[in-house]
Design a protein around this ligand. Structure first.
Ligand code: C2E
Ligand code: MG
Ligand code: MG
Length: 718
């Protein structure tokens, strides 16, 4: 029990000592303060000890000096007493007493007296120095009363009767004096030796104390230095490294643990800051709905991957879900988001761990994958194929397709003098390839080529120059006749032309999309309508087809503008056929659909142009009752050569006729196409076989030339 208590007590003491030490040594401030205080205390102690010892040494030196003086006096005393004895002896010797004259006797007496006086002086000096004389065995009076002794000696000499006994007494007294002087000298010497010993002991002590205190101070200073070098400075250095990494935006590390309380507190705050910054960074680098990296993260990670790629081949791809808007419109955005997530997951699963799959826009993905010996085109096609499998979204099964733009690149060679990989440039190139994939019919992977870049440059130049073209009259309208197979009215289609001062004539198929992209389409559309109707007002016997861009149909006030234009040119809307293309998905565009209905109600006829090139033609037919279908050239080119083309063409014509629409066969470029088109039942024909587009001033002449139905143009062509 007692042992247990002792143990508990020991443990408690141990832990409280540890806690106490921890409180002191765990704090940088206390540690440094304690160290400084310790050094100050040691220095003060050294100072106090030095002062005290210096004082004592001074006292002891003084004592030694006095003891030495006393010793000199004592030695002098011994010598004087010996002289005195000799002088006494001479003075009292019988020869001296008998032979000497009174003057000699006087000299001996004088010498003795003189020595006696000097003995008295030495005694006084010894007494004055405070030397302990009375402690001697012999009575000091033996020396102190020397004047009486001298008187006694003089009496004995003067008294011839004095006998042997008196002389013996004098000798004995002299002997006592000699013995006392010797004792005094011995004592003085002993005192001097004692004082000397004391002084040397004290100085030794002083030296030891100074060395001891100095050693302790130096030991403390060294301990502090070691602590500083081994514990404090490395901790500060670690903290500095952590701060520097944070300042550089590097968040992929842990600030770590610090034992010093101040650094511990700071490291805690820094770690919290780092985690928060990391979370913010993650948010800034992650697409929230799919959890995939976003565009920024893609650029950063791809740059890192390429930088460490060591000459390896990589494929950068931009992917776009074809007609994703339809998915959103049909199933809602929540389903759209889930679909995008599943697409991203499928892409990741197919391409493997080494691939970076990022969502860079609503329906846009960016991918970077090491080729690892595979062909870029094969990888792209595999990905496109894999995306065609329907996606299971619990309530729905959705099938989509994707278009991909591919660009190959190489990782930076290790040790090579390569510039930083320009991921943005790669994305731009992949984007061009993606654009080409979309234009090429979607659902495919297209590789980047230098031509695409030139194409993009050109279309940018077109966008730039188009505004000027409008102002400077570089645009004009030409007209291509459309012939009725049933003896109906004469017609022309208005087609715009751009005579670029440097590039020559540019096809509307190129600059109309450029106008749509640059926002100039509406302005251009107004100009076209005005110009065309202006010309039509001079041809009262003709009808005219005018092509409309989908953007014009969405333009506010377009119906009113068209009506006003017709009215001001005295043209009835029935003479105007408005052509819209399949690229306009009116079934999803309520505004465009409304505009078409308004126009139709106002009397304009509406034609669906380029029928057979898109996917939604049939849908459009259901949504809106078109007055006319213009079958695309691609449906006609192979007629007569290929039975399948004929079957498709026949079906399209039959369908159009069944819904009561006129059918125009576009692109009749040679005689051989006329019969198949006629026998299929087309109501109108248009093509180079009849006439190329002609200048406005040639239109009247063209129609004046006579019957038109099956005639090739020999008029001025545009
Ligand atoms: P589109 O409306 O289908 O016009 C027919 C295009 O086919 C015209 O090309 C015409 O010159 C061409 N073409 C006619 N017959 C033949 C033929 O026998 N063989 C061949 N190879 N081509 C033939 P163009 O004038 O270059 O116009 C191209 C497209 O640009 C037009 O196709 C139309 O979509 C658009 N476009 C033209 N003018 C305008 C316009 O004023 N406004 C709008 N919005 N689009 C226009
Ligand atoms: Mg047309
Ligand atoms: Mg067409």
């Amino acid at each position: 029990m007692v042992r247990v208590r002792r143990f508990t007590l020991g443990f408690t003491l141990g832990s409280s000592l540890k806690a106490g030490l921890g409180a002191i040594f765990g704090s940088l401030e206390k540690r440094l303060l304690g160290a400084v205080l310790l050094i100050v205390a040691c220095t003060c102690a050294l100072q106090v000890i030095s002062q005290d010892r210096a004082y004592k040494l001074r006292v002891e030196s003084e004592e030694l000096r006095e003891a030495a003086t006393n010793t000199e006096h004592a030695e002098q005393l011994v010598k004087l007493v010996a002289q005195f004895r000799l002088a006494t002896h001479l003075y009292l010797s019988p020869a001296s007493a008998s032979e000497t004259s009174s003057s000699e006797a006087g000299r001996a007496d004088g010498e003795m007296t003189d020595v006696a006086i000097r003995i008295g002086e030495q005694i006084n000096a010894l007494r004055a120095s405070g030397m302990e004389l009375y402690g001697l065995q012999q009575d000091i009076a033996v020396l102190a009363d020397i004047d009486q002794h001298v008187a006694t000696i003089a009496e004995v000499r003067a008294n011839p009767t004095s006998g042997r006994a008196e002389r013996s007494a004098i000798d004995e007294r002299n002997a006592q004096m000699a013995s006392l002087a010797a004792a005094i000298e011995a004592k003085a010497s002993a005192d001097r030796d004692g004082a000397y010993d004391q002084l040397s002991r004290s100085s030794d002590n002083w030296q030891m104390l100074v060395v001891g205190a100095g050693t302790v101070t130096i030991a403390f200073a060294l301990l502090i230095l070691i602590d500083l070098l081994r514990n404090i400075l490395p901790a500060l250095r670690r903290m500095h490294v952590a701060l520097r990494r944070l300042a550089q935006g590097d968040l992929d590390f842990e600030v770590g643990d610090f034992r010093l309380r101040e650094l511990k507190a700071l490291s805690g705050s820094l770690e919290t800051f780092r985690r928060n910054a990391q979370a913010v960074k993650n948010l800034a680098f992650t697409d929230p709905s799919t959890g995939l990296p976003n565009r920024r993260a893609f650029i950063e990670r791809t740059a890192q991957k390429l930088a460490g790629g060591d000459g390896e081949s990589f494929l950068v791809m931009l992917g776009d879900i074809d007609r994703f808007k339809h998915v959103n419109d049909d199933y809602g955005h929540a389903v759209g988001d889930r679909l995008v997530k599943l697409i991203g997951e499928r892409m990741g699963a197919l391409l493997g761990d080494q691939a970076i799959v990022a969502r860079t826009g609503g329906d846009e993905f960016a991918i970077c994958v090491p080729l690892a010996g595979r062909a870029a085109a094969t990888l792209g096609t595999d990905l496109v194929t894999a995306m065609r499998d329907p996606f299971d979204l619990d309530d729905y099964t959705v099938a989509i397709s994707v278009s991909l733009g591919l660009v190959e690149t190489k990782g930076v060679e290790a040790g090579g003098a390569h510039a930083e990989p320009d991921v943005n440039a790669l994305i731009n190139q992949a984007d061009l390839a993606l654009y080409a994939a979309k234009n090429g019919g979607r659902n495919r992977a297209t590789r980047f080529t230098a031509d695409l870049e030139e194409e993009r440059e050109l279309s940018r130049a077109l966008e730039r120059d188009l505004a000027l073209a409008l102002d400077e009259g570089q645009l004009r309208m030409v007209y291509q006749p459309i012939h009725s197979m049933t003896g109906g009215e004469d017609e022309v289609e208005a087609l715009v032309r751009w005579q670029h001062p440097l590039l020559g004539e540019i096809s509307p198929a190129r600059f109309i999309p450029a106008a749509e992209r640059s926002g100039l389409m509406v302005q251009l559309g107004y100009w076209i309508v005005q110009r065309a109707l202006d010309d039509l007002s001079r041809w009262p016997h003709l009808s005219m087809s005018i092509n409309l861009s989908p953007l014009q149909l969405q333009q506010e006030g377009f119906v009113g503008f068209l009506m006003d234009c017709c009215r001001s040119h005295a043209i009835t809307p029935q003479r105007v056929i408005l052509e819209v293309t399949e690229s306009l998905s009116i079934e999803r565009n309520t505004r465009a659909l409304m505009t078409l209905n308004l126009l139709r109600n106002a009397g304009f006829r509406i034609a669906l142009d380029d029928f057979g090139t898109g996917y939604s033609s049939l849908c459009m037919m259901k949504t809106f009752k078109f007055d006319r279908l213009k079958l695309d050239r691609s449906l006609i080119t192979d007629l007569g050569k290929d039975p399948t083309s004929q079957a498709v063409f026949d079906a399209a014509v039959t369908m159009a006729l069944r819904i009561g629409a006129e059918v125009v066969a576009e692109g009749i470029s040679d005689e051989g196409l006329v019969d198949p088109v006629r026998s299929a039942g087309c109501t109108h024909v248009q093509g180079y076989h009849y006439s190329r587009p002609i200048e406005a001033e040639a239109v009247d002449g063209y129609y004046e030339a006579g019957p038109t139905a099956d005639r090739k143009s020999d008029r001025k062509v545009a």
